[in-house]
Design a protein around this ligand. Structure first.
Ligand code: UDX
Length: 441
């Protein structure tokens, strides 16, 4: 089996490397010559645990290669995966499909024998059909089928998610294409992964339905957390109490500062727009989008409240700025709302992120970056945990207390317990749990 993977972003690179690990010959194609050059040298452009070794091993085994030349990448390929970006279109929130359609045009020109064209990018319903039309128009003689094979991997655990997924969704009406996809995913059949075979449109919608459902689940627990604070309940116990019901499920019930990342914000908005366009509005998801946007903005107010209502002239230490741990991804990270709001209120923000501040520096001007957590909180009036990197779970609290001007912690990820923080002498506030007064001097 031989495949071409168009696009070496998160999904393309991880999927390409994982397919090669399955024994498939994979050629990853990207227009960005610098990126391809770096990949050929074994330099991985994204931060993803384990990806480095996976790429190196499969390149060395001759199963994985990189090129900027689509014709070369597609030579002899049984299937071509489109894994290019589908960012939110400026202004209207629809997914921008220009990269997908551009790729389809180029693919059409290079089809040799029977080829399955698979969209792996998250694309609105109808995109696969349009890809089919484009290819048919450019190459009426081409022998091909289209399929949709959405990717459900998460950043930070991408390889494990790809190798041991809960399910694989494959949308195509062609039996030949189904057979090809079955062969590609053979190792997953062996571990009895459920494979959902469906139509093109159903597969496309399934991906959006999954992401919006998860975003809704998070938003639900976030609102319950706010309610818990008002009535003196503990959101973790509520989450456990409801999550043990198999119909609800335990996962994605962790409260926080609002979801971020490259998928949930973009995909919820895109589905809202699609639904409005076809006259079947998704009012729940519209509300989720609105609540989450407001929530991220409101997090700065919590920090300001913990500082006694005023941060002007005070130093706030921010631990973690990426949208979640084990990634350097800043897309729609809550920190992008929180930090500027604190600065606007007059705070001096000092921050540390284990992934480094390279990307964040550009996005968060005026922040003083430090080399570790203790340097960030030294002399600070308040420390806020914004991303739950493991190293923030085991801070030496005695040292933290000694270093800070005032022992005030706002824990937006609930990595500590109110009891241990009270015992350590902190004014501690978290999400959805009874906690002590947050304005200790
Ligand atoms: C998500 C989907 O999980 C994945 O299936 C899809 O392919 C891409 O989008 P990802 O964005 O990498 O993956 O991260 P995920 O772990 O799902 O977290 C998304 C956001 O939700 C993060 O901001 C995270 O902090 C937040 N989250 C997640 C919560 O606030 N609470 C939770 O319980 C879970």
């Amino acid at each position: 089996m031989r495949i071409a993977m168009i696009g070496t972003g998160y999904v393309g690179l991880v999927s390409g490397a994982c397919f090669s690990e399955f024994g498939v010959q994979v050629c990853c194609v990207d227009k960005d010559a610098g990126k391809i050059e770096r990949l050929r040298k074994g330099e991985i452009p994204i931060y993803e645990p384990g990806l480095d070794e996976l790429v190196t091993r499969n390149v060395a085994a001759g199963r994985l290669s990189f090129t900027t030349d689509l014709a070369e990448g597609m030579r002899g390929a049984n299937a071509v995966f489109i894994a290019v970006g589908t960012p939110s279109r400026r202004g209207d929130g629809h997914a921008d499909l220009s990269y997908v359609y551009g790729a389809a045009e180029e693919i059409a020109q290079n089809i040799e024998g029977y080829t399955v064209i698979v969209t792996k990018s998250t694309v609105p319903v109808g995109t696969g059909r349009e890809v089919e039309r484009i290819i048919r128009r450019v190459r009426p003689d081409a022998d091909f089928d289209v399929a949709s094979n959405p990717e459900f991997l998460r950043e930070g655990s991408a390889i494990a998610d790809f190798m041991r997924p809960d399910r694989v969704v494959i949308g195509t009406e062609s039996e030949l294409a189904r057979e090809m996809m079955r062969r590609l995913y053979r190792p997953l059949y062996l571990i009895e992964t459920p494979i959902v075979m469906t139509s093109l449109e159903t597969a496309e919608l399934t991906k959006y339905a999954a992401n919006t459902f998860l975003a809704t689940k998070i938003t639900f627990i976030n609102e319950i957390a706010d309610l818990c604070e008002k009535v003196g309940a503990d959101v973790h116990d509520v989450a456990r109490g409801i999550g043990l019901d198999g119909r609800i499920g335990k996962k994605f019930l962790h409260p926080g500062p609002g979801y971020g990342g490259s998928c949930f914000p973009k995909d919820t908005l895109a589905l809202v727009r699609t639904a409005q366009q076809v006259g079947s509005p998704l009012r729940i998801v519209e509300t989720v989008v609105d609540i989450n946007d407001r929530r991220k903005k409101a997090m700065a107010d919590r920090i300001i409240a913990a500082c006694g209502g005023v941060v002007d002239g005070k130093t706030v230490a921010v631990l973690g700025v990426t949208f979640k741990p084990n990634t350097d991804d800043m897309r729609d990270a809550p920190s992008l709302d929180i930090v500027p709001a604190l600065q606007k209120a007059g705070a001096h923000v000092r921050a540390f992120d284990p992934a480094g501040a390279h990307e964040a520096e550009k996005l968060l001007p005026g922040v003083e970056w430090t080399k570790d957590a203790y340097a960030a909180l030294s002399g600070a009036d308040c420390v806020a945990i914004v991303t739950e990197w493991n190293e923030f779970r085991a801070l030496n609290l005695t040292r933290v207390k000694e270093l800070m001007k005032r022992p005030v912690m706002v824990d937006l990820r609930n990595v500590y317990s109110p009891d241990e923080m009270a015992a350590a002498g902190f004014a501690y506030s978290s999400i959805g749990r009874p906690s002590g007064p947050a304005d200790a001097e």
